[in-house]
Design a binder for this molecule. Structure first.
Ligand SMILES: [Ca+2]
Ligand SMILES: [Ca+2]
Ligand SMILES: [Ca+2]
Ligand SMILES: [Ca+2]
Length: 263
C-alpha cells in the first residue's frame, strides 16, 4: 500500500515541506501516510530530509473523511476533509499556502463538521452551480448528501441509514445514462465487533443519481444482491473487468477477495 500513497504525496507536495499546520503540503503528508513508519519514505518522495508529524493535529482535523474535487470549479482539484476544503492555488510547485474553507452542516444541536465519513465527493447534485458533497459514514450508519447553501451552515440530506460501516465509496456511471452514480456497502467487522450494526448482514448498494437543473437530485438505492456477504473494504475499485463496457466491482476485505460482475 505504501507506493500509491507516496505517489499521492509526491503529487501534492512542493519541494519544500512546511511544518505549519495550516499548510496543505503538511496535511497531505498526514492524510496520505498516517503511520510514523513511513516518514522516511514520504520525505524521500517529497525530496526533503524529514517531515513533521503531529498526531494530535491529525486526530483533531483529519481523521476519517477525505476526497479530491474541484469545489470552486476553477479547473484545479481541491482537497476535501470533514471539516472543509483546501483550495488548490493552481501551481503545485509554488510555496503558496492553500486557503482553507470550513464547511459546517446544520444539526439539531447547532452546526458541526461532516460526520466521520469515508470518501467525500464534490458534486453539484442540485444543479444550481455550486458544489455539494456526497459521502457515507465510515463506522456508523448513514449515507448523505450535503447541500451547499451558499452561506452559513449547509443542509444535510439523509439518503440511507439502513446499514452501517460504509467505510468506502466510489463513483461511476453504473447504468450508463451519462450521470455519475455512487457505490458503497458495509465493511464487515471494521472494528472487530465494536461498531454499531457490526453484526448485521453485510450489504452493498449502488445509488442511482439523476440530476435536474434547479431540483433536488433524485437518488434511488439499488441493492447489489451479489454483494451480500462481501461488502467493501477500507477501499475498493470499480473497473470493467470482463470488457463488456459495464463497470464491475473489485473487493478485498475480511470476507475475502471478490470480483462482482455487473450483468
Ligand atoms: Ca478548485
Ligand atoms: Ca449545488
Ligand atoms: Ca448513472
Ligand atoms: Ca463488465
Amino acid at each position: 500500500m505504501l507506493e500509491p500513497q507516496v505517489a499521492v504525496v509526491a503529487e501534492l507536495c512542493s519541494p519544500v515541506v512546511d511544518t505549519s499546520v495550516a499548510d496543505v503540503r503538511f496535511v497531505a503528508v498526514r492524510v496520505a501516510v498516517h503511520p510514523r513508519d513511513h516518514e522516511a519514505a514520504v520525505a524521500a518522495a517529497c525530496g526533503v530530509q524529514s517531515v513533521f508529524v503531529d498526531d494530535a493535529f491529525f486526530d483533531q482535523c483529519v481523521g476519517h473523511g477525505l476526497g479530491v474535487g474541484d469545489m470552486n470549479s476553477d479547473g484545479h482539484r481541491d482537497i476535501l476533509i470533514a471539516h472543509g476544503w483546501w483550495q488548490n492555488p493552481g501551481d503545485l510547485t509554488s510555496t503558496k499556502t492553500w486557503a482553507f474553507h470550513p464547511v459546517r452542516v446544520k444539526t439539531d444541536n447547532g452546526e458541526t463538521p461532516l460526520p466521520s465519513c469515508a470518501n467525500i465527493y464534490a458534486d453539484d447534485l442540485d444543479s444550481d452551480g455550486d458544489k455539494d458533497l456526497f459521502f457515507s459514514s465510515a463506522h456508523a450508519f448513514g449515507v448523505w448528501w450535503a447541500e451547499n447553501t451558499g452561506e452559513g451552515a449547509w443542509t444535510m440530506h439523509e439518503i440511507d441509514k439502513s446499514y452501517s460501516q460504509t467505510h468506502a465509496m466510489e463513483t461511476v456511471d453504473v447504468n450508463g445514462d451519462g450521470q455519475l452514480d455512487y457505490v458503497t456497502g458495509s465493511r464487515f467487522f471494521a472494528h472487530n465487533g465494536g461498531d454499531p450494526g457490526e453484526h448485521d448482514p453485510v450489504r452493498m448498494y449502488w445509488y442511482e443519481v439523476v440530476r435536474e437543473k434547479g431540483k433536488a437530485p433524485k437518488i434511488t438505492p439499488h441493492q447489489i444482491t451479489v454483494g451480500l456477504g462481501t461488502g467493501v473494504g477500507t477501499q475498493f475499485e470499480i473497473h470493467d473487468m470482463n470488457g463488456d463496457k459495464k463497470p464491475d466491482i473489485v473487493l478485498s476485505n475480511k470476507k475475502g477477495v471478490n470480483v462482482l460482475l455487473q450483468k
